[in-house]
Ligand binder design. Structure first.
Ligand SMILES: [Zn+2]
Length: 301
């Protein structure tokens, strides 16, 4: 995977809430987004199904995060800086949906910002800490990520490939797509009507977000910035395999097994490794988000 140093990041879509910037990330005071403090956010986020499904405390060492986004205007440096690379991923993912969303769903896409935080953050969905992993908050239409999560992914969860990063972001933007389409709200209503189905509904929502991530991956190599410069100069099947590998490493069964406990399918909220890989592939192979109908009867058993 190679990024194009001449591609511009759409910085209007990235918020840096990591305090004064610089200084290694962990423990910095985030600038809250005007969210409602004091709400037990893990519950709310679990209910909306927007979090990434990993509850690991502590973010590992603070290496390579905390660089201010202002560095990203320097072409020579841009590709060396984690923040800038992630900014390019967000630009690619949203440019994909700007074009694909109307084609697939007959509506306009509404952009959603990515908010970088460090340690903890206030959102319209409540307060959260890095332990919940990256998540999407439908109440303020933002993707939240503490970039130290990638170290957790690499060192603790066995997904070191770089394509794991855009996969994670594309999954969260998949939740945004579900929010814009009303899929997520419909699912919440079904969960309220039938609480026994809540986890199964959540699994379908998560697998659909994986499938949307795959659909983006299918077209990622042709995404461009606002000037028409390609964002990726190279994206190979081997890179995509890293995305599929990541999906496999964060299946509910894999995570529960790693937690040392028994694997209990009734508690699954994100799908098994096999399911997550399968649905990422459905999106990737078809390149067609309308194929991602995990809610269709019998699509997910
Ligand atoms: Zn998710």
């Amino acid at each position: 995977m190679e990024l194009n140093e001449r591609a511009d990041i759409d910085t209007s879509q990235i918020e840096d809430g990591r305090g004064s910037g610089g200084g290694g990330g962990i423990g910095g005071l985030p600038i809250g987004g005007g969210g409602i403090a004091g709400v037990v956010v893990t519950l709310i986020i679990a209910v909306v199904g927007g979090y990434f499904g990993i509850n690991t405390l502590g973010g590992g060492g603070g290496e390579s995060t905390g660089q201010p986004l202002t560095q990203c205007s320097d072409d020579a440096q841009k590709l060396q800086v984690l923040e800038c690379r992630n900014g390019l991923y967000v630009t690619s993912i949203q440019n994909y949906w700007q074009k694909q969303f109307p084609e697939s769903f007959g509506e306009q896409y509404k952009p959603a910002k990515t908010h970088l935080f460090s340690g903890n953050v206030n959102t319209a969905c409540g307060a959260a800490d890095s332990g919940v992993g990256p998540f999407y908050c439908p109440a303020d239409d933002k993707v939240y990520i503490d970039l130290t999560f990638y170290q957790v992914l690499s060192k603790q969860l066995g997904a070191p490939g770089e394509f794991a990063q855009p996969y994670v972001l594309a999954h969260e933007y998949g939740h945004h797509v579900q929010d814009v389409l009303g899929t997520e709200e419909e699912m919440r209503r079904r969960q309220e009507r039938d609480p026994d189905s809540a986890n199964q509904e959540s699994v379908k929502l998560e697998l659909q977000a994986d499938c949307y991530a795959g659909a983006w991956a299918h077209s990622a190599a042709s995404t461009t910035d606002k000037d028409g410069d390609k964002i990726f100069t190279s994206l190979t099947d081997a890179d995509i395999q890293e995305g599929i590998q990541t999906a496999g490493q964060i299946g509910d069964d894999a995570l529960q097994g790693r937690g040392g406990g028994e694997v209990n399918p009734e508690q699954f909220t994100h799908g098994t490794s096999e399911q997550r890989q399968k649905w990422f592939r459905v999106g990737w192979e078809s390149g067609d988000p309308t194929q991602c109908d995990t809610f269709k009867a019998g699509a997910v058993s």
